[in-house]
Design a protein around this ligand. Structure first.
Ligand code: SF4
Length: 358
């Protein structure tokens, strides 16, 4: 792997680093040599560095909706995925479509969630700050070259557990927030819940106040432990206490706790599961419950032990949660035909490539 650009820049003065980071997001600049504000010796030092640390290995476009999935190759030939999801701008005056990107935090993932294709590949390494930022820059450039508009939301829900790459995610977020128009409320970090890192996050004033989402998937300890091997005993009680610290740190209305709940038929979608979810959610302060229909990956990737929850059942849960006073949405994932759903980004061919490359 080539030396991370940030290591090369580390001895430079802060304003020099600023000049480089500003140029990173200028879509008209495409090499370090072209950053005219840099002194000649620094340009010389940087001239052999690739302008982007990720390059396209494969691109898949959904035929059903405006979703694209890029399989990106890193400098050590490892592969990660990043997704672009477009949606119509329905404002009265028209305007350009809006775009959300989903980026990865690690090569592979060690969390082994039973319903997730990524977890089956295992963990390889953390992404560098540059590789995280460059997923954003890759899609920014992609949109600019096609005059399609700008990224207006980013979710860290691709492959990997972001809180286990804490410092790099934090630094990458600070760079993106400082040098682009995207704001804290337009970014969501999703974790499967690592208590020691959540404790750190809840008191870290330097960690950007992005939105927080927890992959809950069950409010019953045994069920959650069965489908999420990373689940730690007593986590749900811990979560209640942690939520109080989180809301103290982020009192604004925008800072609800997102609860992600993938609906697995016959596993976590029964009446007792719904009751347990409501009981837990009522103790967590401001929450938004996101129900996610399961995308059966067996048709596109690997044999799966899970089935989709019936659509009527998902609607029943949604209505029940709303009636009980919770904020809830059903997230019908975009890009299902290209396996771009969160945590299920793989198709069979890519899975083979990833297993071989990682
Ligand atoms: S769902 Fe997320 S945390 Fe779980 S294995 Fe997949 S990538 Fe890792």
């Amino acid at each position: 792997m080539s030396i991370d650009l940030l290591q090369t820049l580390a001895p430079e003065k802060k304003f020099r680093q600023d000049q480089v980071f500003r140029a990173w997001f200028d879509v008209n600049t495409d090499s370090y040599e072209k950053i005219s504000t840099l002194p000649k010796d620094l340009r010389e030092k940087l001239k052999d560095k690739p302008w982007l640390s990720v390059r396209v290995h494969a691109m898949h476009e959904s035929k059903r909706d405006n979703t694209k999935k890029a399989l990106l190759k890193l400098s050590d030939d490892r592969l990660v995925e990043a997704v672009l999801m477009g949606r119509k701008n329905l404002t009265r005056d028209g305007g350009r479509d809006r775009y959300t990107i989903c980026i990865s935090s690690q090569v592979g993932c060690g969390m082994k969630c039973a319903f997730c294709a990524t977890g089956k590949a295992g963990f390889t390494r953390n992404l560098t700050v540059e590789e995280i930022v460059d997923q954003f820059r890759f899609w920014q450039k992609f949109l600019a070259e096609r005059s399609l508009g700008e990224i207006d939301n980013m979710v860290i829900m691709g492959q990997g557990e972001p809180l286990l790459n804490y410092d790099n995610i934090k630094n990458a977020l600070n760079i993106i927030l400082n040098y682009t128009n995207i704001g804290q409320k337009q970014i969501t970090l999703s974790t499967c819940g690592i208590p020691v890192m959540m404790d750190k996050l809840a008191v870290d004033k330097d960690f950007p106040a992005v939105r927080f989402a927890l992959s809950l998937h069950s409010a019953i300890e045994q069920t959650r432990a069965a489908i999420m091997p990373s689940h730690q005993p007593g986590f749900l009680d811990y979560l209640v206490g942690w939520s109080k610290k989180y809301h103290q740190m982020h009192p604004s209305r925008a800072h609800y706790i997102g609860l992600e709940y993938i609906m697995l038929g016959g596993v976590n979608d029964g009446p007792k599961d719904l009751k347990a979810l409501m009981t837990l959610a009522s103790k967590l302060g401001k929450v938004k419950i996101n129900l996610i229909p399961y995308n059966n990956i067996s048709t596109i990737a690997l044999p799966s032990d899970f089935n989709e929850s019936p659509k009527e059942n998902i609607e029943h849960w949604h209505t029940s949660l709303i009636d009980a006073g919770f904020v809830s949405t059903v997230r019908y994932s975009q890009g299902q035909d290209i396996a771009a759903a969160c945590g299920q980004l793989r198709n069979a061919v890519e899975m083979k490539q990833l297993l071989a490359s990682n």
